[in-house]
Design a protein around this ligand. Structure first.
Ligand SMILES: [Ca+2]
Length: 258
């Protein structure tokens, strides 16, 4: 785990209270992403357009040796991109990302932070937004492929932002070639939280799996700028024991019930 995440402990330094003398001359934080109410409306409208319809279907889920048949009976939407920092801020959520940038994926977002973001988004729209299930995530990542990556059985630095790319940080969410569903950065860049509690895979075929009803770990998929080949694959899978912790290299992608 420590290699996968390159854990960064974020010290949230509360704004040092400005003294009365200098409060009127408070300097603008150049890194802070600020969004006006009008800009927020446009950002949310664009986010809604960037949801891709994923068809219902059947696929083999899991790594070699653990493959099992999964049927997804209903079409659903997946975000074309990882959630950006400007989207996060537009919904009034606090941006803990280490490297700031409006079009960079939000990072240091805990599973609970993601739920707060989604609740706010659903309140501002017609609703239906949520995190994907692991099965929905992998099906969307594979985009009809059966190989380790949506582009084949090998990964190179021209295909994704992972450890070998040596960028060492998240890149713009519109990077690299999208998969056949039109989704960007399913492999690498930032890990993406899933809705499910983690559990070992079943051996038998399953329909619309949602993970166990309770658990101690939440599932993450896709790898990050810090992960190796295997973790960055379509079947790469990790879980975090405490879903309230924030780590650099972890963000999210939205799903939406059709
Ligand atoms: Ca990703």
């Amino acid at each position: 785990m420590k290699n996968l995440f390159g854990i960064v402990i974020i010290m949230v330094l509360g704004l040092m209270g400005c003294s009365k003398e200098n409060s009127q001359q408070a300097k603008k934080d150049p890194e802070k992403i600020e969004v006006t109410a009008k800009e927020a409306e446009a950002i949310i409208a664009a986010l809604e357009k960037d949801m891709v319809l994923i068809p219902a279907g059947k696929f083999k889920m899991g790594p070699p040796g653990q493959e099992h048949e999964v049927t997804l009976t209903k079409p659903y939407h997946m975000g074309k991109y990882e959630v950006t920092q400007e989207q996060w801020v537009a919904l009034g959520c606090e941006n803990f990302s280490v490297n700031k940038g409006p079009k960079l994926p939000v990072t240091n977002a805990s599973w609970f932070d993601c739920q707060e973001f989604i609740t706010k988004l659903n309140a501002k729209t017609a609703g239906g937004y949520r995190l994907p299930t692991e099965a929905e995530w992998e099906y969307a990542c594979r985009a009809g492929t059966t190989t380790a990556y949506s582009f084949g059985d090998k990964i190179t630095t021209s295909e994704a932002n992972y450890n070998d790319t040596k960028v060492g940080k998240a890149m713009n969410v519109v990077s690299y070639t999208p998969n056949d569903f039109g989704l960007y950065n399913m492999h690498g860049n930032v890990w993406e939280w899933c809705e499910d509690w983690h559990a070992p895979y079943p051996k038998e075929s399953v329909i619309d799996p949602k993970g166990p009803a309770t658990g101690a770990y939440r599932a993450l998929r896709g790898g990050s700028f810090l992960t190796d080949d295997s973790s960055t694959s379509s079947f790469g899978r990790v879980h975090l024991r405490t879903p309230d912790l924030r780590y650099d290299g972890i963000g999210l992608r939205l799903a939406k019930t059709k």
